[in-house]
Design a protein around this ligand. Structure first.
Ligand SMILES: Cc1ncc(COP(=O)(O)O)c(C=O)c1O
Length: 383
């Protein structure tokens, strides 16, 4: 492995959270309040997101994966059922589908946005299909209107995995506001973070059921039970799980939520700088943003054509080893992972994109000098 020559320059990670004194003060306030688990702050966080989406209800949970699991359980998706999903995504949705005893069915993506292709999803519908779980790749919402119509025409549940798209729109509709249920992630690298955390929003009947399932099947919160001193008066209506978001976490989430628009604006400025400075390099395809989209810019994904020994992997290695710059890959397709390998799965666009995709650093904590450093490094590699 070549040595990194510029020891004086610190490594620029692919991602770093932006946590300030506001988050620190809010957590301290929670720690001193005497109420640490899901309580007033988690409820305020839920209400803020619910209102922004115009959703009927919202439930703050321990992770996006927990939100997906609860969504599927609340919708009674189980053995014999199928859920259509892209393969160019994180494993959370397919894993949760399998955990419910159902089967994920992978459909191909479109060439431009790398989102699930509505025509491919339609072709994958069978009498067993119960839901379509779309994912807004990189923060560019999928064709929400097309998927809403497809779900309605076939009486399927539409789930939005909006882990990348807390602050993004398409045709005026906010990502997360169209599906029957939507899940968000507040994992450490996401557009806003609580370290670990997630949220489920959408139809009131389904979120209510998910809330019940996510609190052991107990039909009132610990906050209400203990706060109103009715500790003994609880019952378990259904065998549930424990997926609630604690207030320590929600304290961070609330303060991050207040910064979301600024964070997205900062990400958009970085994307714009990359667009202007990296355009025209041969074999380097920059992201295409559809006219009807307000992009959330969780990722800045480029495609690198394998030409004359330069591949996605050689570029990633050189950026890391020579220039001290971290990158990431989104994603290794799920149908290529050991648990999901199936020789019959044929997803040509997914394969083509997955072999070429590299995510450049794009986050609010980057300085203008950091952005320029990435641009200069890429130009050096293309010389
Ligand atoms: C598209 C997508 N969905 C779901 C998740 C899972 O999120 P969490 O770690 O909050 O469970 C991730 C996490 O990276 C993701 O990228």
């Amino acid at each position: 492995m070549p040595a990194r020559p510029v020891a004086a320059v610190p490594f620029l990670p692919w991602n770093r959270p932006s946590i300030g004194p506001e988050e620190e003060a809010e957590v301290l306030d929670t720690l001193r309040s005497g109420w640490l688990t899901h309580g007033p702050k988690a409820t305020r966080f839920e209400e803020a997101v619910r209102e922004a989406l115009g959703a009927q209800d919202a439930f703050a949970v321990s992770s996006c994966t927990a939100a997906v699991h609860l969504a599927l359980l609340a919708a009674r998706i189980g053995p014999g059922d199928e859920v259509i999903t892209p393969s160019l995504t994180f494993c959370a949705v397919p894993n949760a589908v399998v955990q419910c005893g159902a089967a994920p069915v992978f459909a191909d993506i479109d060439q431009v946005t790398f989102n699930l292709d509505p025509a491919a999803a339609e072709a994958a519908i069978t009498p067993r299909t119960k839901a379509i779980a779309v994912m807004h790749y990189a923060g560019q919402p999928c064709d929400l209107a097309a998927f809403r119509k497809l779900a309605d025409d076939h009486q399927l549940l539409l789930i939005e995995d909006a882990a990348h798209a807390l602050h993004a729109w398409r045709d005026g509709a906010r990502a997360g506001s169209v599906g029957d249920l939507t899940v968000f992630s507040f994992y450490a690298n996401k557009v806003i973070t609580c370290g670990e955390g997630g949220l489920l929003a959408g139809r009131g009947d389904l979120v209510e059921q998910a809330r019940l399932l996510g609190r052991h099947g107990i039909d009132s919160s610990a906050w209400r039970r203990h706060g109103e001193r009715r500790t003994a008066e609880y019952d378990v209506a259904v065998p549930g799980l424990k997926y609630t978001m604690p207030d320590i976490t929600a304290a961070v989430g609330l303060r991050q939520w207040a910064k979301l628009a600024d964070f997205t604006a900062a990400r958009a400025r970085i994307a714009d700088a990359y667009d202007r400075s990296l355009a025209g390099l041969p074999g380097l395809r920059l992201p295409t943003v559809l006219e009807e989209v307000r992009h959330g810019w969780f990722l800045y994904p480029v495609l690198i054509d394998p030409v004359r020994g330069r591949t996605r992997d050689t570029v990633a290695d050189a950026l890391r080893d020579v220039h001290g710059i971290g990158t990431s890959v989104h994603f290794k397709p799920v149908h290529r992972l050991a648990a999901y390998r199936n020789p019959e799965t044929y997803l040509p666009v997914t394969e083509q994109v997955a072999a070429r995709e590299l995510s450049l650093p794009c986050y609010p904590a980057m300085t203008a000098a950091d952005v320029q450093r990435v641009i200069d490094a890429v130009h050096t590699l293309w010389r």
